[in-house]
Ligand binder design. Structure first.
Ligand code: ZN
Length: 486
């Protein structure tokens, strides 16, 4: 198990420079007028250049931009002899950026002949059905190439991962500046693989792990305390030496189901409330892990203003992390969710919908309408749309359509604007004499509910939620203690 940048990479670099392979790392002498591309006929590439390149996510040629070039075997251990380039596919999300062999790059003109350059289809943002689909990821041992391909598939199945982020332009000036610096630093993904419990996952984005870890090709996480380590041996010591006795997230278990949330699931779920000021280190570790799968998430270190709601699958060994959402302890804007993530190893199982539904369960107990922080990402948009549609349609069915938007909002704690936009998308609302009027016949509602994307979400047993809003919130917002509905 040679670490990246170890003897193997060094040998490859030396070979590329035509020198005999030494035993240790050695830089190619800069004075040598050696050509950039060691093989004749290979053109040199520089950062910023357009090219076309065969993408690993669909095996087709796409227009791309070179982000960084590394000669020889530097960088990824998958490096070929001629060096590698980190490329960004122009029509696709940054999460698909990857290292490719330099000799696989083509000039944009050549790509046309190959006829590959496809539109932005590969990302497949199709339905949020939440099909059980073979979980994915792979058991964390062995680490062969087949596993890597399998985890890469997750990149296309991203419906279930949500992240809510502000575009740079909407940030305050000082943050904009920091954010642009951050963009410069984060354009190349640092860690490629993460092992967490039974899963090994390809990462999607840069995450600001401390420098010595950020240089690792793969990092190993304790699935309970989320401590990050450089080797599996260190992880084993972490558990065996009794250094980590945790078998669940810290904080308070506020939900504990007796049975799995659907017939497609094996284990029951728990939800933990982790206070960002009490469990600062855990929440920072969670933020660093989340960042590997979220493009923009700026708050890793200031965890105190947030509570984290961590969802786990429970079995005899312990509680296994599935995903989480964070929520401001006090939100003047009425946000009930700040950031949400389902780990790639647990996507397509309906957990995104579960997290969203749970955030509204908390809002119901607070007796106040909530909405996620804006703007929503593409992924967040899809999952929220699906959740809102299902809730609104089920309420319309239950009340045979005799319900106003305000009443729906009152029952569900979904904000009026979110309900209106949902009904508009479903074509079930008219604007008439200055008012929104729901126009939903029983038949149309039933038809919608029968369609695949509105199938029931995972079960939340409301009576199993052991949670009350903190008292200052109650006294400030309403004179009486709100009684939970549903
Ligand atoms: Zn631990």
């Amino acid at each position: 198990m040679a670490p990246p940048g170890g003897p193997k990479g060094a040998a490859a670099a030396a070979e590329a420079a035509g020198a005999p392979a030494p035993s240790g790392p050695k830089k190619v002498p800069a004075a040598e007028p050696a050509p950039r591309g060691p093989e004749p006929g290979l053109r040199a590439w520089a950062a910023g250049e357009r090219c076309s390149c065969k993408a690993s996510f669909d095996g087709r040629l796409h227009q791309a931009q070179v982000v960084e070039v590394r000669e020889g075997g530097e960088g990824s251990p998958e490096a070929g002899g001629s060096g590698r380039a980190y490329v960004h596919y122009l029509d696709f999300n940054k999460r698909l950026d990857e290292w490719v062999a330099l000799d696989s790059l083509q000039s944009p003109g050549e790509a046309k002949e190959a006829g590959g350059a496809a539109g932005p289809d590969g990302a497949g943002a199709a339905g949020t059905g939440g099909e059980a689909g073979a979980a994915g990821g792979k058991p964390g041992f062995g680490g062969g190439d087949s596993g890597r391909k399998m985890t890469r598939n997750f990149k296309r199945r991203y419906d279930e991962i949500h992240h809510i982020e502000k575009p740079v332009e909407e940030l305050p000036a000082i943050d904009q500046q920091l954010e642009r610096l951050h963009e410069e630093k984060t354009k190349v993904k640092n860690i490629q693989l993460v092992e967490l419990g039974r899963w090994e996952m390809d990462t999607w984005y840069y995450s600001p792990y401390p420098e010595e870890y950020a240089r690792c090709h793969k990092i190993f996480l304790c699935e309970y305390c989320l401590k990050y380590l450089k080797t599996r041996e260190a992880l084993v010591r972490h558990h065996q030496g009794g250094r980590c006795k945790l078998r669940r997230p810290p904080g308070r278990e506020i939900y504990r189901a007796d049975r799995p949330p659907s017939s497609r699931h094996e284990n029951p779920l728990s939800v933990f409330e982790v206070d960002g000021s009490e469990h600062n280190l855990y929440c920072q570790n969670l933020g660093l892990l989340a960042k590997l799968f979220l493009d923009h998430k700026t708050c890793y270190y200031d965890t105190a203003p947030f509570n984290y709601y961590v969802v786990t699958e429970r079995d005899r060994r312990g509680h296994h992390l599935v995903g989480y959402f964070s929520k401001e302890k006090v939100s003047a804007e009425g946000y009930n969710l700040a950031c949400i993530l389902t780990l790639p190893s647990h996507q397509r199982k309906g957990y995104g919908g579960f997290l969203i539904a749970f955030s509204y369960e908390l809002s119901k107990r607070e007796g106040r309408v909530g909405t996620p922080e804006r703007p929503l990402s593409d992924l967040g948009q899809v999952s929220y749309r699906s959740y809102w549609s299902r809730v609104v349609l089920e309420l319309l069915r239950e009340h045979r359509g005799n319900l106003s938007v305000k009443e729906i909002s009152h029952i569900s704690c979904i904000r009026v604007e979110d309900i209106v936009s949902t009904l508009q998308t479903l074509g079930l609302i008219k604007y008439w004499k200055g008012q929104h009027v729901i126009t939903a016949s029983t038949k149309v509602v039933e038809e919608h509910l029968r369609s695949k994307q509105h199938r029931p979400g995972l079960e939340i047993v409301s009576g199993k939620i052991q949670w009350q809003p903190p008292s200052p919130l109650i006294s400030k917002r309403s004179p009486r203690v709100p009684t939970p509905r549903s």
